[in-house]
Design a protein around this ligand. Structure first.
Ligand SMILES: Cc1cc2nc3c(=O)[nH]c(=O)nc-3n(C[C@H](O)[C@H](O)[C@H](O)COP(=O)(O)OP(=O)(O)OC[C@H]3O[C@@H](n4cnc5c(N)ncnc54)[C@H](O)[C@@H]3O)c2cc1C
Length: 510
């Protein structure tokens, strides 16, 4: 039997695609990876048993396999690297299996989007303790857990994983053969943690159980403006040390100006209209909301900006938390209208930011830094771009940053933007009017090559500053950065689970 017939017997012929167009579409992520292989088949199983059966079938002949969730990554994680690779498309595994309000967990299939999980929890008064990436309207639970997100991963209680040999395993207390229940992660060694951030190299996640927590009773929002990158970085370091439950997002001058006009435009307008109708606003805040409702930029003149949502089990706790942040930020910053964090809370997911305002291509590079090195990093990153300014301008390339602070680390994430063709993957996730505006952009291979090279240099700069990374896949170095004994351990773990290196084979190899 042909391989495609074997897959068709498992998942149904309608769910196996071997045509050139589909194979090419599924072989490229949000960034370009030229030259790259193309998968020979895209197979879309309906459940965990079918995923395991597909893996067992590929194991028999040693076929390389790549795995795709929502496809919203840009580090080459699911882009094939060997001829004859088969892709497993997980988006049909999108069911919520169980919402357990007593034991406070939700068990979902790995191909469910974060937005669909959030929607399933409406009216329960509960939410997942992991908030999911901004791309969560499209990206999946399995994708984020495989990439590793900048969030507290203790919120993953258990996983169900199909291994390369076709067996299906469970982790945590869900792994018991009697009374299995996914309520406790640390039943024995942390096998759940083994698969988090593995880049899909150790198995295919088919389901995950996420911890639930009560939606906080109270929230307070505040925004602050800073004149320089080092100044906002010092404020983020102060915020990181507070270790309070919160969501913190920092923007550079370009993003401070673009966010209200592009990324958060519709959310801000909606929030502003609701707030104005409530008649509870006064003074400067009312003016800012009126401007936003009219589609005007309420962040005019703001350079670096920090947007904070503090949460509490009571109004008093949220007030105390936001006051602590205010004290940290007002050392060098000034307070500005807080529309952006309110809008972000109201509309936490969007993929519009995967292109610039005029449809420029986009690729971010993350650095997770210890607070002690963050200020130095901010200065070095500014130098990095200043030294390349002329070359960047020659190709129409520009940079913009997203920043973050969490307990124990600071996130610096510069993005490159450049003029280039827009891919079918982008077009599929844009509204019709925006897609029509961008679809005829021409390819700019020189600019793309230049971005690729500068991004590599930027990653090396971050490495020299002691940064860790998420979304490793093929863009960041992992195994070569490990000390020799740990490197050997990593290879032994990988050999034990996938001795032929068939799954996402080159991920984490750098
Ligand atoms: C606009 C935008 C905003 C973003 N914001 C964020 C953000 O806030 N935080 C953040 O961390 N990232 C962000 N990202 C990056 C990316 O979307 C996330 O990393 C996301 O979690 C990827 O999920 P996905 O389902 O799209 O995975 P994919 O892109 O499909 O896959 C990512 C990797 O995981 C592997 N994989 C996928 N599913 C499985 C599975 N079930 N089992 C094993 N391996 C699997 C793939 O092989 C690949 O290596 C953003 C991207 C965009 C476009």
């Amino acid at each position: 039997m042909l391989a495609s017939e074997i897959f068709a017997a498992i998942v149904g012929a309608r769910h196996v695609h071997t045509d050139a167009r589909t194979c090419a579409y599924f072989s490229r992520d949000i960034f370009f990876w030229d030259p790259a292989e193309t998968v020979v088949a895209v197979v879309a199983p309906a459940d965990a048993a079918q995923v395991a059966a597909v893996l067992a079938a590929t194991a028999e002949v040693g076929t390389p396999v790549t795995v795709r969730g929502g496809g919203m990554s840009y580090t080459g994680g699911y882009v094939p690297t060997a001829p004859g690779t088969v892709m497993i498309d997980l988006r049909r595994l999108n069911r919520v299996r169980e919402i357990n309000e007593v034991d406070q967990y939700v068990a979902v299939e790995a191909g469910a989007s974060w937005e669909s999980v959030t929607a399933a929890l409406t009216n329960t008064g509960l939410r997942t303790s992991i908030s999911g990436p901004y791309s969560g309207s499209v990206s999946t639970v399995g994708g984020a857990l495989s990439q590793g997100v900048v969030d507290e991963m203790t919120g993953v209680l258990a996983l169900e994983v199909a291994l390369a040999n076709g067996s299906l395993v469970r982790t945590g207390s869900a792994a018991r053969h009697d009374h299995p229940s996914p309520f406790f992660r640390n039943f024995g060694p942390d096998l759940t943690g083994l698969f988090i951030g593995d880049g899909g190299t150790l198995g295919v996640k088919t389901a995950a159980t996420l911890a639930l927590e009560p939606v906080p009773v109270a929230k307070q929002h505040a925004s602050f403006a800073f004149e320089t990158f080092p100044a906002i970085t010092r404020a983020m370091i102060g915020c990181s040390r507070l270790r309070l439950p919160s969501r913190i997002m920092g923007l550079d001058p370009k993003k401070s100006q673009n966010a209200p006009r592009v990324g958060f435009k519709s959310a801000i307008e909606t929030v502003a209209k609701v707030a104005l109708a409530s008649n509870k606003l006064s003074g400067g805040l009312r003016d800012a909301f009126s401007m936003a409702a009219a589609g005007r930029n309420f962040m005019e003149g703001v350079k670096w900006s920090l947007h904070i949502t503090a949460e509490g089990a009571s109004e008093a706790a949220a007030d105390a938390a936001i006051d602590a942040y205010r004290a940290a930020c007002l050392l060098e910053g000034r307070e500005i209208p807080n529309l952006l964090p309110i809008a972000l809370g109201a509309k936490p997911f969007s993929v519009r930011g995967f292109l610039g305002p005029q449809g420029e291509r986009w690729v971010p590079t993350n650095a997770v830094l210890p607070p002690s090195r963050a200020e130095e990093a901010s200065a070095k990153v500014l130098e990095f771009f200043a030294a390349r300014r002329e070359r960047m301008q020659a190709h129409g390339i520009w940079e913009s940053y997203m920043l973050g602070a969490r307990p124990g680390f600071v996130l610096i994430e510069p993005s490159f933007y450049w003029p280039d063709e827009v891919s079918a993957l982008h077009l599929d996730h844009l509204d019709a009017a925006t897609a029509a505006r961008f679809k005829n952009h021409g390819a700019s291979l020189d600019a793309r090559r230049c971005v690729l090279e500068m991004r590599r240099d930027l990653i090396e700069l971050f490495a020299s500053l002691g940064a860790a990374h998420v979304q490793l896949a093929r863009a960041y170095r992992y195994q070569s950065r490990l000390d020799p004994a740990t490197q050997q351990l990593w290879h032994r773990v990988r050999d034990a689970l996938d001795p032929d290196r068939r799954l996402n084979r080159t991920n984490l190899d750098g």
